[in-house]
Design a protein around this ligand. Structure first.
Ligand code: GLU
Length: 478
């Protein structure tokens, strides 16, 4: 059996991170099993569906590197892959259900149905359809349709319990009587979600449905329809719900929820996927940081977690930093180069200096844009007004350090050096310790205050060799 899975978004908005997670799980499962991953656009909600959202979702999936084998933009042998283009299929399959006695035309008006529902609720009965049109004769149906009367197609819900085994939830039982006869095709010929999904999944030979927990209740109606068609249902895996720290369903209130916003904020797609993968699945070696594209057969349905997953942006940021550090230096350089303003002196520096700077700072940043703040450490001539800095500056030992460093920087400048080296820095520090007899805090805070005008920052032996000598000179004279 070839595994065939699908991601079936509705193009009613931008790709949600929950959707991206579902798409990724399906994609990973197809990869692990040597199967196919299909993108199907569920655009039967004609009021809310828009082509621009379909295009945007496909673009975001591409950005994430979740590429489908079949879909509306790439084709495939089970198309069309947009529900709006499959009307003839839903109609033909609905006719099969009518012919086999599993569905029927229903002429009841909205008003009548609403009134009956209200009455049932008032009388504390389940508001199920009362079956008025269930047993109309074929002649009556034909003549009412011929007379132009509007009709929906309603499915005869079997009166029995349904049981299935979900890869995540285990044995799921739907007791008898949970649903009454339900509509599968509206009067305007548009199929209802639960029906269209079954027709599509069956006709596209989908073997596994991996989706979010909120779809679990839909499985009951879907199982009924599979049975009516005599089709074996796919295997199901309902992943965990995504929730915010307040344990409510993840929504815009919790911050950015659409993938394009993460793209705008310069998140690394591999990091976003890594984090999303952990929200509902766990690595067999308990790894937190990995590239999902290298999971291979490690990815399986058995390691899905049942409990709702709390979306924690701080963890995502941490993972982003981990991915950033492991990128090739040249890649980091290209990315930071795109973010640093064109007028910044960074762009005029030699390639080797840029690489060394990236090497020093990459371990201290989670985002490419944080690099700019660190660069300031090398170029600023601002003076800190912190109490700690002022204290260090006022020690009686500090002017001695300043006097010595002034002459050393001057010598280097006259010798034509554009930068001092790490060795130069070590010699300075040895001199201050050995000759000037300045030690401990007075030594390192003193040197820092003179060379950077700050009380804190990265290690001097790393940043001083990267600071242009004219900046050091300016600082020493301030
Ligand atoms: N179109 C549905 C959604 O966007 C997908 C349902 C399914 O995966 O069966 O939630």
């Amino acid at each position: 059996m070839t595994v065939r899975v699908r991601f079936a978004p509705s193009p009613t908005g931008y790709l949600h991170i929950g959707g991206a997670r579902t798409a990724m799980y399906n994609y990973l499962y197809a990869k692990a099993m040597g199967g196919k991953y299909i993108l199907r656009i569920e655009d039967t909600d004609t009021e809310r569906s828009e082509r621009k959202y379909e295009a945007a979702q496909i673009e975001d999936l591409k950005w994430l590197g979740i590429n489908h084998d079949e879909g509306p933009d790439v084709g495939g042998e089970y198309g069309p892959y947009r529900q709006s283009e499959r009307g003839h299929i839903y109609k033909a399959w609905a006719e099969k259900l009518i012919d086999t006695g599993h569905a029927y035309h229903c002429f009841c008006s909205e008003e009548e149905l609403t009134a009956k529902k209200e009455l049932a609720t008032a009388e504390k009965r389940a508001p199920h359809y009362d079956g008025k049109c269930r047993n109309l004769t074929e002649e009556e149906v034909t003549s009412r349709l011929a007379a132009g009367e509007e009709a929906v197609i309603r499915f005869k819900a079997p009166r029995k319990a349904y049981v299935f085994t979900d890869h995540v939830r285990g044995r799921v039982v739907f007791p008898e009587g949970m649903v009454g006869d339900f509509v599968i095709m509206r009067a305007n010929g548009i199929p209802v979600y639960n029906y269209a999904v079954v027709v599509d999944d069956a006709s596209m030979k989908i073997t596994h449905v991996i989706r979010a927990e909120e779809h679990l209740p839909n499985t009951l109606r879907q199982l009924m329809i599979y049975e009516a068609f005599g089709e074996t249902p796919p295997e199901f895996a309902h992943g965990s719900l995504l929730i915010g720290e307040d344990r409510q369903k993840l929504s815009k209130r919790h911050g950015a929820t659409s993938v394009n916003l993460y793209k705008e904020m310069n998140y690394i797609p591999a990091a976003l996927l890594n984090y999303l993968c952990l929200l509902g699945w766990s690595h067999p070696e308990e790894k937190d940081v990995f590239d999902i594209h290298t999971l291979g057969t490690i990815f399986n349905l058995e390691r899905f977690t049942k409990a709702a997953a709390i979306y924690d942006i701080k963890k995502l940021d941490f993972i982003n930093g981990q991915h950033l550090r492991h990128l090739p230096l040249e890649t980091i350089l290209i990315e930071v180069g795109k973010i640093i303003p064109v007028e910044h002196p960074f762009h005029k520096m030699e390639h080797d200096w840029k690489l060394r700077t990236v090497t020093i700072f990459k371990d201290q940043i989670n985002f490419f844009q944080d690099f700019t703040t660190h660069l300031d450490i090398l170029f600023t001539t601002e003076v800190s007004d912190s109490a700690e800095y002022l204290e260090a500056r006022n020690w009686e030992t500090t002017p001695k350090i300043r006097e010595y460093l002034e002459s050393e920087i001057n010598i280097a400048k006259v010798a034509g050096k554009k930068f001092v080296t790490a060795d130069d820095y070590n010699i300075w520090s040895d001199h201050v310790k050995g000759e000037l007899k300045i030690k401990g805090k007075q030594l390192f805070m003193g040197m820092r205050s003179v060379l950077t005008h700050q009380a804190h920052g990265p290690e001097l032996k790393f940043i001083i060799p990267l600071t242009p000598i004219e900046i050091l000179e300016k600082r020493i004279h301030l």
